[in-house]
Design a binder for this molecule. Structure first.
Ligand SMILES: Nc1ncnc2c1ncn2[C@@H]1O[C@H](COP(=O)(O)OP(=O)(O)OP(=O)(O)O)[C@@H](O)[C@H]1O
Length: 516
């Protein structure tokens, strides 16, 4: 068939009626199409020519859809693959995603969903998200163009704020993607970058694991930016920050009159992320009742707003993150195994900064560039060799976020082009030796913090009060950074009440702005 469609599809299914149904649906969408009934026939067509995507049933008379996936992978072919699995065979779907499938559909295939999933695989903008994207559908060749300004999540949504809308990029300027913001040269970061690019191309759920402040959200954004959803919304939700009673309404939205105060219809996170990515940060903090509802929505790909009768379909990629050991949470009965299984199709670990301390130099450069640009400071201040050496001896219990806070402070203190060791405010007592392995000081019981200068190597402070204030200030800042400036939690971790930590912060002039 002669056609001008930039997208060509191969559909492999042994049931002629289903083939016809898929064919009619896809032709109506303007795609060019070929079909096959067996693995062998499918491979024959693939050897003959390239396609934009392959849609294959999992069970075929002479093999499995996975055979086709594996062949494509082995040949290094670029076709996106969609797999159709039998209803209830979650293992098959997970297996297909692990084998590199872009996404899967469950039988009986819902045709609206079918169209959306195919469009999303091809980087075409799904019609449901038309309010946040340019009116024209991008073709494959346009896929690498600059992104449009990032959409923000719902106003007043309790998740982390979305990044400020990017200024419209100049026509030929490359987009600043999250991947390019992920600085570091360590083997761990290089491997992470490669994995991000690989998983970015599929719809497979990814669980990002790592300590607080290591860059899990940045990694999730990088995955989003590396895929065909780049132009769509990335909605980040901090699952631990939403009161339990509001979870359902926040996730699924509500209808006017559903409860007192519901004066108008409101979208939830799922609807806000439709066509794009929903990032569930601190997923381990989600209560069990909400875990079941979330699982259902992920499996059915539909949501029912509170007070609504009908379910609405959504096309959302789920990424999640946790600092907890989720398998241990499952063993302890605090996390549903089936949800864990769904979210953990692919796991990425972001190592703590102390395990890749060689990255401190590059990350500091990147962070200083950003802070200086925000503050309108030019030229960008740089670390002296002594300052860098000092940072490399610190364990960073608060990871990259702590490094950022430290540089913020140092920049303000330095006031010039160079940031020297003294501007960092890192007392010697908090540093590891030059050769000894770095351990997080906060792992020590607070009462045992080595605030005495070690073995008399350091001269005694000339002003004890100033010295102790400095130490106290640093401990408070680190605890606050670890707890995202939640004063109650930071205080509790140090054995202080909210009133006590507030008093100490005020005395030492620590404000929330230090976290900005
Ligand atoms: N490799 C890196 N290069 C540059 N900046 C980084 C890097 N890793 C993290 N950051 C920055 O550090 C800060 C903390 O990162 P992020 O919020 O992604 O961490 P997180 O692990 O999600 O934290 P939390 O567990 O507290 O939610 C962010 O401002 C992020 O941009």
């Amino acid at each position: 068939m002669s056609t001008t469609s930039p997208f060509s599809l191969l559909v492999v299914d042994d049931e002629p009626d289903l083939r016809t149904l898929y064919e009619l649906t896809l032709l109506r969408e303007g795609y060019e199409l070929e079909t096959a009934g067996t693995v062998e026939e499918g491979l024959r067509q693939l050897k003959r020519r390239d396609f934009s995507a392959v849609i294959t049933d999992m069970r075929l008379p002479d093999g499995s859809g996975l055979d086709i996936l594996q062949w494509l992978e082995a040949q290094g072919r670029k076709e996106k693959t969609l797999v159709i699995t039998a209803y209830g065979s979650a293992e098959n779907a997970v297996e297909a995603l692990k084998a590199g499938a872009y996404d899967y559909l469950t039988k009986p295939v819902d045709l609206r969903q079918f169209r959306l999933v195919v469009a999303s695989a091809l980087g075409r903008v799904p019609a449901v998200a038309a309010t946040v994207v340019p009116a024209n559908l991008p073709s494959e060749s346009q896929a690498a163009q600059p992104r449009t300004p990032a959409a923000t999540p719902l106003a007043g949504a309790p998740g982390k704020p979305a990044p400020a809308a990017a200024a419209p990029a100049a026509a030929l300027k490359l987009p600043v993607t999250a991947l390019s913001r992920l600085a570091g040269c360590s083997a761990a970061i290089q491997e992470l970058r490669q994995l991000i690019e690989k998983v970015g191309r599929s719809m497979a759920p990814v669980l990002v694991q790592g300590e607080s402040g290591t860059g899990k959200e940045l990694v999730a954004r990088a995955i989003h930016d590396s895929g065909s959803r780049l132009r769509q919304r990335f909605v980040a939700v901090n699952c631990g920050a939403i009161p339990e009673a509001l979870l359902e309404a926040e996730f699924f939205g509500y209808r006017k009159g559903a409860f007192t105060g519901a004066n108008e219809d409101r979208e939830g996170f799922f609807q806000a992320a439709d066509g794009g990515t929903l990032f569930l940060d601190e997923i381990g903090d989600l209560p069990l009742t909400m875990q079941s509802k979330l699982l259902r929505s992920i499996q059915e790909r539909s949501v029912r707003p509170v007070g609504a009768v009908l379910e609405a379909q959504v096309n959302v990629r789920i990424l999640s993150a946790t600092h907890k050991d989720l398998s241990a949470e499952v063993a302890a009965g605090r996390f549903r195994q089936d949800l864990f299984y769904r979210l953990n199709v692919i796991q990425l670990r972001v190592p703590p900064l102390r395990e890749r301390i060689e990255d401190v130099a590059l990350i500091s450069d990147k962070v200083l560039e950003r802070i200086a640009a925000d503050a309108g400071v030019s030229p960008v201040p740089r670390l002296t060799a002594a300052a860098l050496a000092l940072l490399q001896r610190y364990a960073f219990p608060g990871n990259v976020r702590e490094l950022e806070n430290l540089l913020h402070r140092a920049l303000a203190l330095a006031g010039g082009e160079w940031i020297d060791a003294g501007d960092l405010g890192l007392p010697e007592a908090m540093l590891g030796g030059l050769d000894e392995p770095l351990e997080p000081n906060l792992a020590l019981p607070v009462g045992l913090l080595p605030i005495e200068p070690a073995q008399g190597r350091e001269p005694l402070p000339s002003d004890l009060v100033v010295y102790l204030d400095e130490v106290e200030r640093d401990i408070l800042l680190r605890a606050l950074a670890l707890h995202r400036f939640n004063r109650t939690a930071a205080g509790a971790s140090l054995g202080l009440s909210l009133r006590q930590i507030r008093y100490r912060m005020a005395r030492l002039g620590i404000t929330d702005a230090e976290d900005a």
